[in-house]
Write a protein that binds this ligand. Structure first.
Ligand code: ZN
Ligand code: ZN
Length: 577
């Protein structure tokens, strides 16, 4: 971290030294202390993670805050040196690596990636307000007082954000405008309702209203500023694409793979071709069953799509999506138990529910796992009902999530995917693994178990195999799409061609995916990369252990390390007996 000292100048280095914590006696104390202090610098992240001690705090996004944060990172970096890595336990080693990588990536984001200069959507008060008001375990009055203190800082917050911006991207600016407009819900509905229900004094209430109206005005001002820049200052706009250099680095920091992005790209392309060939063979076999008397089309992709379209007709009714999902979960558990694939903890509740209104806009299905501060709470499997859909849109959605696809979705989201993985992760007492968890490991596990379940024979049939291949094709294409957009300058036309023509997706879905890929970078590669590395690790363990290898032990051992990067787990697993 020497370059930080150079960049910061003497003043902050001195304050860094005087604030040094008393050395922790063991590593888990040290890592818990680290998370504790991390929350002081990230109170909004803390609120969102279920840690509510700093719910009234709102740091301004300015250079003072950034410098203080850099000093903190530098300080922790210094403290890390007191530990002898080799003397730590395996669980501590992964924590050590997670902290180490987190510090390095924080430096990358602050000094190289610098999205605080070009992504106006970073300035959005929604998470801060939601995180402070949403927890029903805290009395309403306490929550409102915290919100009131955060609201007081909002005008200064947006001013600091605006000053931090340099050349901005049109796509991120449009997102910022949209999301900030969405905040009006807090001011017109949520807060007035909550104030009315609360027993705050009249003085407190009127202070709250005053702060709310100033905050609202500041947000409107920010929106107007952004709209003006899009209209009048187009010369100062930059490409939303981050380019090859930053992309390769971001891939390293976010994914923490042992491969470079270029290496995994080649593997994804190769896998896409394998899948397409396999799908063609399956479609040829299935063709007479679904197209009796019709000749086989000449075009390979037409044979595949023609077969998929027939299979997709088998889907649940639009109002039985939730119950269909609910009914399959026990079947998955029975299958996993019979085949001895992994031990499932049936004491941790999993509830299927309608996606709550405050999370609306999140399409399809998602998992809400209990965080590190509420390990025994229920896991929710959120399913967005198709209530608001036209018949045509509902039909298109249901064909996409046909009977077979819905099984794969359940495996991915719930059993033995995200829900099961989170239960194992919560068994580890480490806050670090929970809070700095690696996205490629988490998504990789959910994608890996799709393959594992199909191989084990769940719903075995050529139809299942074909739909599964289509789903896996999407995983490969997510990688190819993200890379080609960010590095090779692809636009919407190329993106839609890849997804709808070569990966058999609906055009509307393809357009949505393109939009997501303009706003995020690298995240879409986490699925394929994590999946690939877990499969490779399994092969290595099979080779190493020979006839002693047990799939069940492999899965349980793998998950026992928490949400650490696959490569970190790999080194520990290959190193132990
Ligand atoms: Zn239908
Ligand atoms: Zn997932």
């Amino acid at each position: 971290m020497r370059q930080l000292i150079y960049l910061l100048g003497a003043a902050l280095v001195i304050s860094g030294c005087t604030q040094r914590n008393k050395p922790a006696s063991d590593f888990s104390d040290f890592s818990n202390q680290f998370i504790d202090s991390l929350w002081k610098y990230h109170p909004v992240w803390a609120s969102g993670s279920g840690y509510h001690a700093y719910d009234s705090m709102l740091p301004l996004p300015d250079s003072i805050t950034r410098n203080q944060y850099v000093a903190f990172i530098d300080r922790v970096g210094g403290q890390m040196k007191q530990w002898n890595f080799e003397s730590l336990t395996p669980a501590e080693k992964t924590d050590y690596q997670l902290i180490d990588r987190f510090l390095a990536s924080s430096v990358f984001y602050l000094f190289e990636f610098k999205s605080y200069q070009w992504d106006p959507s970073e300035y959005n008060i929604g998470g801060a307000l939601d995180g402070a008001i949403a927890n029903p375990d805290i009395p309403l009055e306490v929550r409102l007082r915290n919100v009131s203190l955060r609201l007081e800082r909002v005008p200064a917050y947006y001013e600091a954000g605006q000053h931090s911006l340099r050349r901005i991207s049109r796509e991120h600016t449009l997102l910022a405008i949209d999301q900030n407009k969405g905040l009006s819900y807090f001011f017109t509905q949520m807060f007035p309702d909550s104030l009315q229900k609360s027993s705050l004094s009249d003085v407190e209430k009127s202070l709250f209203r005053e702060r709310m109206s100033k905050a609202d005005k500041a947000i409107q001002g920010y929106i107007t500023y952004l709209e003006d820049r899009l209209k009048n200052d187009t010369a100062s706009l930059r490409d939303f694409r981050i380019g090859k250099d930053l992309y390769l680095k971001k891939f390293q920091y976010d994914i923490q793979s042992r491969y470079s992005a270029d290496e995994v790209y080649a593997k994804a392309l190769n896998r896409k071709n394998e899948l397409t060939n396999e799908m063609y063979q399956l479609a040829v076999t299935l063709w007479p069953k679904y197209h009796a008397g019709e000749a086989l089309p000449k075009d390979t992709l037409t044979v595949i799509s023609g077969t998929i379209n027939k299979i997709a007709i088998h889907h649940c009714e639009r109002d039985s999506l939730l119950t269909t999902i609910e009914q399959e979960l026990p079947k998955l558990a029975v299958f996993i138990h019979e085949k001895q694939l992994i031990d499932l903890d049936s004491t941790k509740p999993l509830r299927v529910r309608k996606t709550p209104a405050y999370m609306a806009g999140v399409a399809g299905a998602s998992i809400n796992s209990p965080g590190p501060y509420e390990k025994n709470a229920s896991t929710y499997y959120n399913v967005t009902p198709l209530d608001g859909y036209t018949n045509e849109k509902a039909e298109s959605y249901l064909r996409e999530y046909n009977d077979y696809m819905l099984s794969i979705l359940n495996i991915h989201e719930a059993i033995p995917g995200h829900y099961t993985q989170q239960i194992y992760a919560n068994r580890s007492p480490s806050l670090v693994k929970n809070i700095l968890g690696n996205g490629a490991m988490i998504e990789g596990w959910a994608c890996y178990v799709e393959s594992m379940m199909v191989e084990a024979g769940y719903r075995q049939s050529p139809e299942m195999q074909l739909i599964y291949d289509k789903w896996k094709l999407r995983e490969c294409c997510n990688f190819l799409l993200d890379y080609n957009i960010q590095v090779n300058g692809w636009g919407e036309k190329e993106a839609v061609e890849l997804l709808s023509h070569q990966a058999f997706q609906e055009t509307a879905e393809a357009r949505e995916k393109y939009k997501r890929a303009t706003l995020t970078q690298v995240q879409l590669t986490s699925y394929f990369t994590g999946d690939l590395e877990i499969k490779e690790l399994r092969k290595e363990m099979e080779l190493k252990q020979g006839n002693k290898f047990s799939l069940k032990s492999f899965h349980e051992k793998f998950l026992s390390y928490g949400s650490a990067p696959v490569e970190a787990i790999r080194q520990l697993m290959l190193g132990s007996n």
